[in-house]
Design a binder for this molecule. Sequence first.
Ligand code: C2E
Ligand code: MG
Ligand code: MG
Ligand code: MG
Length: 290
Amino acid sequence: AAKAAGGSRLRFFEPAIAQKAQARLNLRNKLKRAIARREFVLHFQPIVAMATGAHVHYEALVRWNRPKALVQPAQFIEFAENEGLINHIGRQVFDMAFAQLRDWAGEGVPATMAVNVSRSQFLEEDFVEDLLARATRHGVAPSRMVLEITESLLITDSAAAKVVLARLIASGFRIAVDDFGVGYSSLSVLVEYPVQIVKLDKSLIRPLECDPRARAMVSGFIALFQSLGLEVVAEGVETAVQHEFLAAAGCNLGQGWLYGKPMPATPALAAASAMESRLVVSRLRDKDRP
Ligand code: C2E
Ligand code: MG
Ligand code: MG
Ligand code: MG
């Protein structure tokens, strides 16, 4: 019986491994085809001034527009990074982002935009030249774009990253450290590198309502970052209680479902959603009134 079980186990494992490899290859091929056919689209989520609800800028978030589904980044970004395909997607993202900035400028919307950059894009030999060429081709000034990178990039590739950062900043781009509060969270990174914006990760915002230690930590971070001259964005703000705490702690900027979800850029997006989040904030204020 034991022998039979061993035999069947072997037969069981081989197809499983083969199936995994096949699934990987299928997704890889689909993604390569998607790159060739430019099947990606951007959605835009407002980042608002906490005090007024005015849209300060928008974060561009990529989606894979498949015939029957809009695939979220969690399902393909990390895979694309591991398969060496992210730089191709990243270049299309930048083209779409610059094209949108140009269109908004044409409609009289003076918006700026944040774009996420993966490690391998950032460390690509001609990243800065390529980005500047795309900005120029679309007639968009680099100062209208914020590049969101993670602190792990600054820690693990510090020497190379420092050089690229300096060149990007000299070219007029602004830099945000994304997802602060997950992973390493090394404060020295924010002192050592000339970044302008830090984004507090949702995992720090979520426990604000029930955890006094989270409240102490977040208000401490906000005060510290502001004394370093950094702009602070709270990510994943979902509730009025979180909004009120953050605003009272002196946080200037917020992003989250409370203010607006990521949306396609219909021509009316900027104006309509600006109105919407002003209403949200004024409703919050009205609620505070005795
Ligand atoms: P991220 O840069 O931290 O982006 C914020 C994520 O939080 C987005 O998820 C957004 O939809 C989500 N979010 C915003 N407000 C709330 C909220 O109130 N509650 C909750 N629960 N979530 C909220 P999304 O769009 O699924 O993107 C996930 C991640 O994928 C991004 O995290 C970013 O790291 C990556 N990503 C997205 N677009 C790109 C891209 O164009 N290039 C690269 N390299 N990475 C990208
Ligand atoms: Mg981001
Ligand atoms: Mg991120
Ligand atoms: Mg983030």
